[in-house]
Design a protein around this ligand. Structure first.
Ligand code: SAH
Length: 213
């Protein structure tokens, strides 16, 4: 189930859905998704679906991970530091960490963060910093970031995330409640103006406030 052929099929599917960035496709091909799931589910790791990771949360669908990463890279120019909101299993974190120099990732549910930390270590990724906190506030001590990617959907975009965008910085974020859309928000130079582009309808878990121990 974790064979190269199974992963190749997933990459084919991503391409059919319109993912074109070869670097992203390559990273998706080489990232073992099964280690981000409990054993009982790992045989489904290379299906293009979201899968449960406990605590009512999900491992994002490969298509959406690829798409958001591709959008971030294309719009972001030279990305040095990227903030991820919602580490979850650490899968998207792992994909990002292979494509940008430094990833900062925040998660509000401590046990999920602990598991993600173990996996990142297993994979030998040392350019990731994790923090247990409410990512609706970003990571103020580390801001600003050239790129921010959110894996959870707020009703409206938190001002703190906008504040932590570097000049020309790029935020990729699902926004909404029952109906959500993926938005690409770009800071215009070093101004406080932002350009928003709506990309496609999506379905993410909600961005919740506070933390869980
Ligand atoms: N990319 C992750 C997606 C996990 S689902 C993966 O593929 O595994 C989204 C995650 O966002 C969940 O783990 C949820 O706990 C987290 N989350 C929701 N609201 C948050 C907040 N305010 N701050 C930090 N993390 C949050």
């Amino acid at each position: 189930m974790t064979s190269m052929r199974t992963r190749e099929r997933l990459v084919q599917r991503l391409m059919e859905q319109g993912v074109t960035d070869l670097q992203v496709l390559d990273v998706m091909r080489n990232t073992p998704r099964h280690i981000f799931l409990d054993e009982a589910l790992s045989h489904r790791a290379y299906e293009d679906t979201a899968l449960p990771i406990g605590y009512g949360q999900t491992l994002s669908q490969p298509y959406i991970v690829a798409r958001m990463t591709e959008v971030l890279l294309a719009a972001g120019g030279k990305l040095d530091r990227v903030l991820e909101v919602g580490t979850g299993s650490g899968y998207q974190t792992t994909v990002l960490a292979q494509l940008v120099p430094k990833v900062y990732s925040v998660e509000r549910i401590k046990p999920l963060q602990d598991k993600a930390r173990t996996r990142l270590r297993q994979l030998g990724l040392h350019n990731v910093q994790l923090k247990h906190s409410d990512g609706g506030f970003g990571w103020p001590d580390q801001g600003q970031f050239e790129g921010i990617l959110s894996a959870a959907a707020p009703r409206t975009v938190p001002q703190e995330l906008l504040n932590q965008l570097a000049p020309d910085g790029v935020l990729v974020i699902p926004v909404g409640g029952e109906q959500q859309e993926l938005q690409l928000i770009i800071r215009e130079g070093d101004s406080d103006r932002f350009k928003t582009q709506t990309l496609e309808p999506v379905k993410f878990v909600p961005l919740l406030s506070g933390t869980v121990r």
